[in-house]
Ligand binder design. Sequence first.
Ligand code: 4AD
Ligand code: MG
Length: 476
Amino acid sequence: MARTKIKDILKSEKVDYSVNVKGWVRSFRNNQFIALNDGSCMANVQVVIGLDTDPELLKKITTGAALDINGTVIASQGKGQTVEVKADDVIVLGECDTEKYPLQLKNRPSLEYLREIAHLRFRTNTFGAVFRVRHTLAYAIHKFYNDRGFVYMHTPIITASDAEGAGEMFRVTTLPFDGTPRNEDGSVDYKEDFFGRSTNLTVSGQLEGELAAMAFGEIYTFGPTFRAENSNTARHLAEFWMIEPEVAFADLKDNMDLAEDFIQYVIKYALDNCCEDLEFLQQRLLEEEKQKPQNERSEMALIEKLEFVLNNKFERITYTQAIDILLDSPAYKKKKFQYDVKWGIDMQSEHERYLVEKHFKKPVIVTDYPKDIKSFYMRQNDDGKTVAAMDILAPGIGEIVGGSQREERYDLLVKRMEEMHVPVEEMSWFLDTRRFGSAPHSGFGLGFERLVLFVTGMTNIRDVIPFPRTPKNAEF
Ligand code: 4AD
Ligand code: MG
């Protein structure tokens, strides 16, 4: 008999038909009631087995074991579910050594502990919910861009350029550590390397994305990106996924409108399609909040927060206005900020969080940053001091999007690259877009895990990616 997913059994509420279910035991009570989960949804189906079941088989039905069950869906006698499965035939596909099974713990295991067994944490309710929501968001992202006629562009993972010019790259090489080929001056001879030059893992698909936008008009990338920054925070990963749309003929305002529509769309999609998982995560969060002092608890529950973001326009301010607000804030006057505030600073997360969480209490788009703290490719404003950049700051997260209108004027771009020591020669392929039919264009990058953090209400970015890579951590 073909397998039926537990989600479908529970959803249809039909009774009196034969089914095959397969899944893993969450609990087994009174030698009779199995709570079976197959990952298709949060809920377990209750499987009732006969009192005459072989004692040898009973011993093998333990938490974590994988079962294959034929039975009949019947109306449930017990509380908590409308239907259940009356088993006719139970096969143990894989036994589970309960003594050693790490999810057997009576107390709820901590998120930190579960990170150490990342290969098993998928089997918990919390991570089941998180990764189903993550999937749904990924699907919604493709749907959003596809419905608007954007072309999904696969930009390379191995590249020779440093798109952000920040130098935080993982090197890719096949050169040996011992007896590394060297030039006469002692430097490494990359001509001997696999690609005949020095290469690294990409920090962003933007530059290649720009080339494609200059032909297709509207493209987006959605792929892994890598940063070798040694930031051990709850918001940074060394390997994370980024969505980078790039749009020809769009200015900064168009870019902000697209980013806002995009974020609101995917949140709505998650609310419409992951209701059960989000309700579970909301409940989890409420319980966690009970441990915190009153003044540190969030003002809105998770779903309310998501609905609020959906139904309210994002605030739009310039960097200069943001600095003025900070300088005027009680936090600044009472010296509550750890880092100083003045025009020209790269705002710290405490500053960003003040703006979104205390001052505006909603997502904020900050534009027109000082050119010296932003990348070389951003369009230079007429004031000579700022560039047409935009960052979106989200409550509880800080920066979730970074983007800009691009410098489409060849001479100005080359001048800026020289000022910032970006190798102009090596980037001729990028500069060609500005030589052969240049046009105004804009784009941005959304950090996928930061979005998943925001939507699930989780607090550590390591808990929203299946296998996190952070400094000193690449197990599994
Ligand atoms: O602001 P960033 O560095 O911008 C870019 O890479 C541009 N090339 C994007 C573009 O215009 N096409 O990164 C974009 C976003 C950030 O706003 C943040 O959400 C996320 O990527 N991000 C990270 N997420 C997790 N871990 C890290 N180490 C991250 N660094 C950036
Ligand atoms: Mg940024």
